[in-house]
Design a protein around this ligand. Structure first.
Ligand code: GLY
Ligand code: MN
Ligand code: MN
Length: 441
């Protein structure tokens, strides 16, 4: 189930090429390997678009799609087989593997890119290429384009337009097929299991890093290659730092801890946040803020169905949170003024969600036209993640709320009639959380 069949990729390429139209050519490149230290690299992860179209996981890869080409509509440039390197790094597909197993009609060594790319671009009017991602690849593609232009005197045609492929391809990625939903569901379930384990193993005195280890242990055991993004474990005031990833503090009794973590399984990632009391019981002020954030989240989820404008979700969260803050003397009212003047942004400074899929902040536009929000449609998957963050020195905030940071984040699939909360395996009702925290230590 988690290894998409080869024809899944072939089908995606076919659909993309139909949308490109004849007289076009597309070029996609793998991400470069990045040094972590001396001669060690960060874990390599394939560029999401290249993976979506090929399932190919090796670095130094270029995919060229040439719709309507009578001999080779699909061309790949790949690393050469190398007995010595393969002893160290594992097998490579090579040109034969690219053709036999990844659907290339023609394949070359990546070293041949400069020599071969110009002729693949020749005679096509539009080049679909995402400029600006990888500087070295940009240089090579532009070089190839320049070489075809130079041969125009000999009657060759060079592409006249460079088109960002994301308008077509990312629109496809935004709508998940049933098979993609299955994989995403699995990734989110594993993510939820990690959160449950982290709740069970929380107690005062443990390190934030230990919760990170618990979460990621469950992810790996559940089939994740890695977390889909760096795990956030923020205890106490660290919960108010939105992308806190140091995870280096010991948790203390009476505090909350916020965990934002998602497992990437089969190239799709979950993205879940839960916030719970380190010693197993919310204090009064913590519970007040928790209930407010939870209610805003539930109201947003409840309205999620086809036809609802994307921006209405954030507006609803802002409305509920702002009302709650005005009621508690955290923000000056009246509510419409606080919303109009955006004073709520001091304590709710991010948006309420994003698309979710192969990338944690997945691709796909949020607007049909400038100022015109698109509406939810079946097959879209997105997060709902309201939060409130009152740093210890938050000006004007009543003392009892200072140092409280809370976010609650779920992953939502839009269905034909409404929605499905994929992350329901991670408890969020206060009594469920309180019953779980610390039960495994
Ligand atoms: N974990 C990143 C986010 O929630 O958007
Ligand atoms: Mn998120
Ligand atoms: Mn998150």
């Amino acid at each position: 189930m988690l290894e998409p069949a080869k024809d899944v990729f072939a089908d995606r390429r076919r659909r993309f090429m139909e949308r490109m139209g004849d007289r076009s050519v597309a070029v996609f490149c793998s991400a470069p390997e990045v040094v972590r230290s001396n001669d060690s690299h960060f874990d390599f992860r394939q560029n999401s678009d290249l993976w979506y179209l090929t399932g190919f996981e090796e670095p130094d890869t270029v995919l060229v799609l040439i719709p309507g080409h009578d001999k080779h509509p699909v061309v790949m440039f790949v690393r050469k087989r190398d007995k010595d390197r393969e002893v160290w790094d594992g097998p490579r597909a090579g040109v034969e593997g690219a053709k036999e197993r990844y659907g290339a009609n023609e394949a070359f060594l990546v070293e041949e890119l400069d020599a071969k790319l110009p002729e693949l671009l020749e005679g096509r009017d539009r080049l679909f290429y995402g400029l600006g991602l990888y500087a070295d690849r940009d240089r090579r593609v532009i070089h190839a384009l320049t070489r075809v232009r130079a041969s125009a005197r000999r009657g060759k045609r060079a592409p006249r337009e460079i088109v960002d492929p994301s308008y077509v391809l990312h629109e496809m990625r935004l709508f998940k097929t049933p098979a993609e939903v299955d994989t995403l569901r699995r990734a989110v379930e594993v993510s939820a299991d990690g959160h449950v384990r982290a709740m069970q193993t929380t107690r005062p005195g443990r390190g934030e890093w230990e919760l990170q280890a618990e979460v990621e242990y469950v992810f790996k055991r559940g089939g994740a290659k890695a977390p889909g993004y760096t795990t956030i474990v923020g205890s106490g005031a660290n919960a108010c730092i939105l992308h806190y990833v140091q995870n280096s503090r010991q948790m203390e009794a009476g505090e909350l801890v916020l965990v934002d973590a998602g497992a990437e399984v089969g190239y799709y990632t979950g993205d879940i946040t839960r916030t719970w009391p380190v010693s197993g019981t919310f204090t009064g002020p913590q519970r007040e803020i928790y209930d407010l954030v939870l209610r805003s989240q539930q109201e947003v989820i409840a309205m999620s169905k086809p036809g609802v404008p994307w921006t209405a979700l954030h507006e609803k969260a802002v409305e509920v949170l702002t009302q709650g803050m005005v009621d508690r003397g955290i923000l000056a009212g009246p509510v419409p003024k606080a919303i109009e003047e955006k004073t709520f942004r001091a304590w709710y400074m991010h948006s309420t969600g994003h698309w979710l899929g192969i990338d944690v902040h997945d691709v796909g536009s949020y607007y049909d036209a400038p100022e015109e929000a698109r509406t939810l449609q079946p097959g879209m998957v997105f997060t709902v993640e309201p939060g409130l963050y009152f740093a210890p020195d938050a000006p004007g905030v009543p003392e009892r709320y200072k140092g409280i940071g809370i976010r609650i984040e779920d992953d939502i699939l839009v269905t034909a009639t409404g929605h499905d909360v994929l992350s329901k395996g991670a408890p969020k009702e206060p009594h469920e959380i309180e019953a779980l925290v610390g039960t495994a230590v």
